[in-house]
Design a binder for this molecule. Structure first.
Ligand SMILES: NC(=O)c1ccc[n+]([C@@H]2O[C@H](COP(=O)([O-])OP(=O)(O)OC[C@H]3O[C@@H](n4cnc5c(N)ncnc54)[C@H](OP(=O)(O)O)[C@@H]3O)[C@@H](O)[C@H]2O)c1
Length: 249
C-alpha cells in the first residue's frame, strides 16, 4: 500500500530534477499526479516517465492565467488537491554590482510571486488536512557569494512556510519547506558556463558538504513523500534540511 494512495498531488516544475523525481515518487506511492513546466516537449517526456496516469499541464508559475488554467484542469479531472509541491524556481549567480532589474523581476517573479499564487490559487480546491510543501534551499540561510537574489527568494519561501501555517491553521493544512543542499539536477548544471566551470563549482559545493557529495534528486523526493504523507502528521511550519549537513556547519 502506497503512502499517498488515493491522494491528488500537484507538482510545479515537475519536468526536471527534484520536481520530476518527486512527481515520480508521488505516483509510485499511489497519488494521482498533475505536473507542470513551461516546455511542452519536456512536459510530455516527464508525463511518460512518471506514468500511473499522470497529467501534464503546460504553464509558467509566474503567469497567473497559467495557474488558473492548471487548477481548472485539476478541478475538472480530480476535483481537489491533497498535496502540493511547489518546486518551480529559477535563478543563477549574479554579483551584487551587476544585478539588473530583469534579474530581480524574473527571479522574484518565479520564486516568490509564482509560489504565492501557486498556493493561493490551489486553496479553493485544497482538502482540509492536506499538505503543502514549498521548495526553499539552504542558500536561504547561507551567504554564498554572488547568489543574493536567488538566496533571498528562498529565505522568503522559508518565511511563507511559517506564516501560512498560521494562516491555514483552521483548515489543518500543514505547510512545510524543504531546503535542499546542492543536488545533482539539470538546474545545478545550468549554473555553470562550461564543463570546466561545472567541475569547479560542484567541487566547491562538495567541499562545503559534511557528507562529502552532492545530493540526488531522489533523496529530496523521499523527503517530499515524508512531508506529503501522514508519516509527518505532526510536522507543520518547519524547514526540513535535506542537505548532507551543509546548513548546520
Ligand atoms: N538543485 C539544487 O542544488 C537545489 C538546491 C536547493 C533547492 N533547490 C530547489 O529545488 C527546486 C528544483 O530545483 P532543480 O535543481 O531540480 O531545478 P531544475 O533541474 O532546473 O528543474 C526546474 C523545473 O522547474 C521548471 N520551471 C522553472 N521555471 C518555471 C516556471 N516559471 N514555471 C513553471 N515551471 C518552471 C522547469 O521546467 P521548464 O524550464 O520547462 O519550465 C523544470 O521542470 C527549486 O525550487 C530549487 O530552487 C535546488
Amino acid at each position: 500500500m502506497g503512502k499517498l494512495n488515493g491522494s491528488v498531488a500537484v507538482v510545479t516544475g515537475g519536468t526536471a530534477g527534484i520536481g520530476l523525481a518527486t512527481a515520480k515518487r508521488f505516483a509510485e506511492e499511489g497519488a494521482t499526479v498533475f505536473l507542470t513546466g513551461r516546455r511542452q516537449a519536456e512536459l510530455d517526456a516527464a508525463v511518460k516517465l512518471v506514468g500511473h496516469g499522470a497529467t501534464g499541464v503546460q504553464g509558467d508559475v509566474a503567469k497567473l492565467e497559467d495557474l488558473d488554467k492548471l487548477y481548472a484542469v485539476v478541478k475538472e479531472k480530480a476535483g481537489r488537491v491533497d498535496v502540493l509541491f511547489a518546486a518551480a524556481a529559477s535563478g543563477g549567480f549574479v554579483a551584487l554590482e551587476t544585478i539588473t532589474e530583469e534579474d530581480y523581476d524574473s527571479t522574484f517573479g518565479t520564486n516568490v510571486k509564482g509560489l504565492i499564487f501557486t498556493v493561493q490559487k490551489a486553496l479553493p480546491l485544497f482538502t482540509d488536512g492536506g499538505s503543502i510543501i514549498l521548495s526553499s534551499s539552504v542558500v536561504g540561510s547561507k551567504g554564498i557569494p554572488s547568489w543574493s537574489v536567488y538566496s533571498a527568494t528562498k529565505a522568503a519561501v522559508r518565511s511563507f512556510a511559517r506564516t501560512w501555517t498560521t494562516d491555514l491553521k483552521e483548515r489543518k493544512i500543514r505547510v512545510n519547506a524543504i531546503s535542499a543542499g546542492p543536488t545533482d539536477t539539470p538546474g545545478l548544471t545550468a549554473l555553470s558556463r562550461d564543463a570546466e566551470h561545472d567541475k569547479q563549482l560542484k567541487a566547491y559545493m562538495v567541499g562545503m558538504i559534511p557528507l562529502g557529495r552532492l545530493g540526488s534528486a531522489d533523496e529530496i523526493a523521499k523527503a517530499a513523500v515524508f512531508l506529503a504523507s501522514s508519516d509527518s502528521s505532526f510536522i507543520a511550519g518547519t524547514e526540513l534540511f535535506v542537505d548532507g549537513g551543509v546548513a548546520a556547519v
